[in-house]
Design a protein around this ligand. Structure first.
Ligand code: SF4
Length: 91
């Protein structure tokens, strides 16, 4: 995966922090539907295993787009918390 600009190479699907958002993709749930990539293209990319990863341009994405991407995931594979550990999505 060296050619993909992941935000944290040790944890390509998170948890990673983008500003005050902690983003985690549950790779077991993710079905590679890529809805998240369509909604937040600076944040999500599909890797060679057809799982969503978080890329290093995520800081360019608005919080609302990142949260909307989590809402749009058909299998609710994206979890978002604030910096205090409160669940933003899913609630
Ligand atoms: S929308 Fe959900 S299932 Fe589809 S790639 Fe993103 S995280 Fe995976």
């Amino acid at each position: 995966m060296t050619d993909i600009p992941v935000l944290d190479p040790a944890k390509p699907s998170g948890p990673v922090k983008v500003r005050n958002l902690k983003i985690t993709v549950d790779r077991d749930l993710c079905i590679g539907a890529a809805t998240c990539v369509a909604i937040a293209p600076h944040t999500f990319l599909i890797d060679s295993e057809a799982k969503a990863i978080i890329i290093n341009t995520a800081v360019q994405e608005k919080d609302t787009a990142i949260i909307d991407a989590a809402r749009g995931c058909p299998v609710a594979a994206i979890q978002i918390e604030d910096d205090k550990g409160n669940k933003i999505y899913p609630k």
